[in-house]
Write a protein that binds this ligand. Structure first.
Ligand code: GCB
Length: 602
């Protein structure tokens, strides 16, 4: 099983890169998962073993066709394409790597008919060295089989119902309790890239501040035969001037009068990034490998009432989001995400939660640049089966998440779960272990869970640094009634703080709203109702802000998104303040007025 990937691939003086995005060949597997294997679909071009359709990568495959068989397919699908490895990579004896930025849910990969890796857990990158199996200066066959089946021990979980005729499985039905469509496929970019034989394997950066001085504590690790390689580390400011440097592979850089990384609207120049350049040098002084990383100098600290960035208390104004759009499903799309960030800034938000899984790496890079903070959430689950297998997989998802995202200044908190069954008596030990695992990898950020159980029954809060809660007053609770929203929210947030003595955030509240449906007096599903429900929450948040332990509000959701088919969802979840096409509902203007006011008070 592949352990995931750390550094985002890049071309440098010592590395080359090719993107394999584009149109691939694609075929659904019959229900018998062995069929493609038995017929050697991985050994030759897919189009030789049968008909293929065109499939864009990156994209979910579900909404590309006109056929529910494709949209609702359960089980394996096959992809392939050919790629070329330049002769120069071979002549310079470069290592060749193949990297998938995410395939949902599980993938097995072949190069020229040889199985090279297997990875499970969608939304996280994985890579493998393929130097030994590629042909240089010629065409290579890349085959990927993708499985979207979710079971009780996958993250997230699902249930499969098999239908048999005699002994033959003829159909599989997938169900799940999470509220977003189980889009699948090669969701993010695919790269081949080269590195030298001795190469930089990881860079870990932590930052600190003291007065006007910034500190960068770093560790550059390398692998390969050149064990005696030395490092040169340089830090450049935004203008490209070097402001610090060192000759050690691990050490501390000091930057006088540093530009700190500040959140959006908290400072005139938010999202200030330096470039950290690490170079490996041979004992003879030759450059072996080099890799650059954008970093921000900032601290995140917290007490039992407050979260601070650079020693200043912060109030989080944001959203729960989804990677979701028309046609592409969960496929990475730069058009969509630059637009999303422009809307986030237009609304005056300073944060979002990556509900309910890690987003594409490019999204965190944009968040770093814009000063938009991120609560980074791992895929988790809604189950009473707190099994050891699930625990291991949950920990694995966090290992891979933290390895990937540890250096982003935008990431200010880890969310280890959304709405788990934390009332279960097993939840105490289970989440104790998960938190311990996160702390063994990163002590620099607070850990939270978006909790839906009550403050009385929850058994996870004692392990967390910050309590987040999701509650749908006026929607799932007291549908259509705005009367007690404000007092319910104030009372609940206060009770959470009383019980656990931690800072409290409301990570979800909201109302489904059909854009263009107008009804007065306000009535559920109308734009008026969504606005009125928000106003009641705002009253509560304003009261809570005076209490000193309430540190943020996140409306559910940024935009409408697709879900599985149920009678409670009209073409998907409509709690967005933007439509799925990213146009504002009345609620977006309402939220904007508030968030800009709050920002002015920052
Ligand atoms: C929740 C979930 C979120 C749903 C939302 C809703 O509690 O965390 O995934 O989409 O409620 O709208 O029902």
């Amino acid at each position: 099983v592949n352990p995931g990937a750390a550094l985002y691939p890049q071309a440098t003086e010592t590395r080359d890169l090719r993107k394999l995005d584009g149109i691939w060949n694609f075929r659904l597997s019959p229900t018998d998962p062995e069929y493609g294997y038995n017929n050697g679909w991985y050994e030759q071009d897919l189009e030789r073993s049968g008909p293929v359709i065109h499939m864009p990568v990156p994209s979910s495959y579900n909404d590309i066709g006109e056929d529910e068989g494709l949209r609702d397919h359960v089980g394996l699908v096959w992809y392939d394409r050919r790629f070329f490895v330049p002769a120069s990579w071979g002549l310079t004896r470069q290592r060749v790597w193949l990297r998938f930025c995410s395939v949902h849910y599980a993938a097995q990969v072949w190069v020229n008919g040889k199985s090279v890796t297997f990875h499970e857990i969608g939304h996280l990158p994985f890579e493998v060295e393929i130097t030994e199996v590629v042909s240089y200066n010629s065409s290579n066959l890349l085959t990927v089989v993708v499985d979207n089946i979710l079971l009780s021990d996958t993250v997230p979980q699902g249930t499969i119902k098999d239908t048999f005729i005699g002994n033959t499985k003829v159909q599989q039905e997938q169900s799940y309790t999470f509220d977003f469509f189980n889009y699948a496929g090669i969701h993010r970019s695919v790269f081949i890239y080269s590195t030298p034989q001795t190469y930089i394997d990881d860079v870990i950066v932590n930052t600190d501040i003291q007065g006007l001085t910034g500190f960068v504590v770093y560790n550059v690790s390398h692998k390969g035969p050149g064990v005696n390689s030395e490092c040169v580390v340089q830090l450049f400011d935004r203008n490209g001037s070097q402001v610090a440097g060192s000759q050690d592979c691990a050490g501390l850089l000091e930057i006088g009068n540093a530009n700190f990384w500040w959140p959006y609207l908290m400072h005139p120049d938010p999202g200030y990034l330096y470039t950290f350049k690490a170079s490996l040098i041979s004992p003879l002084g030759d450059l072996i490998d080099t890799y650059s990383l954008k970093i921000g100098i900032r601290t995140v600290t917290w007490t039992n009432t407050t979260v601070y960035i650079n020693d200043k208390p912060i109030y989080l104004r944001g959203f729960g989001m989804h990677e979701d759009s028309d046609l592409r499903g969960k496929g990475w799309d730069p058009v969509l995400w630059v637009k999303n960030f422009n809307l986030i800034r237009w609304v005056g938000a300073n944060v979002f939660r990556t509900s309910h899984y890690p987003y594409a790496e490019e999204i965190y890079q944009l968040a770093d640049e814009y000063g938009i903070m991120v609560i980074d959430e791992c895929p988790s689950g809604d189950t009473d089966i707190f099994s050891d297998t699930l625990l291991e997989k949950h920990k694995q998802s966090l290992t891979e998440l933290i390895r990937r995202d540890k250096n982003h200044p935008s990431v200010i908190m880890w969310s280890i779960s959304n709405e788990p069954r934390s009332s279960n008596f097993k939840a105490d030990a289970y989440f104790g272990k998960v938190v311990k695992h996160v702390k063994s990898m990163d002590l620099s950020r607070p850990v939270t869970i978006a909790i839906s159980q009550t403050y009385i029954s929850d058994r996870s809060g004692q392990h967390l640094d910050v309590i987040c809660f999701n509650r749908y007053n006026g929607w799932y609770i007291n549908t259509g009634s705005l009367d007690n929203i404000a007092s319910n929210v104030v009372n609940e947030a206060t009770a959470w703080h009383k019980r656990f003595n931690k800072p409290v955030i409301m990570t979800e509240y909201g109302a489904d709203t059909i854009a263009g449906l107008h009804l007065i007096p306000a009535y559920v599903w109308s734009e008026e109702y969504q606005v009125a429900l928000m106003s009641e929450h705002f009253k509560a948040f304003d009261r809570l802000r005076k209490t000193g332990f309430f540190v943020g509000e996140f409306i559910w959701n940024f935009a409408d998104f697709k879900t599985t088919q149920t009678i409670t969802r009209v073409g998907g979840n409509k709690k967005g303040i933007f439509t799925r096409e990213r146009q504002p509902k009345a609620s977006a203007h309402h939220l904007r007025a508030r968030y800009l006011d709050l920002a002015a008070a920052d």
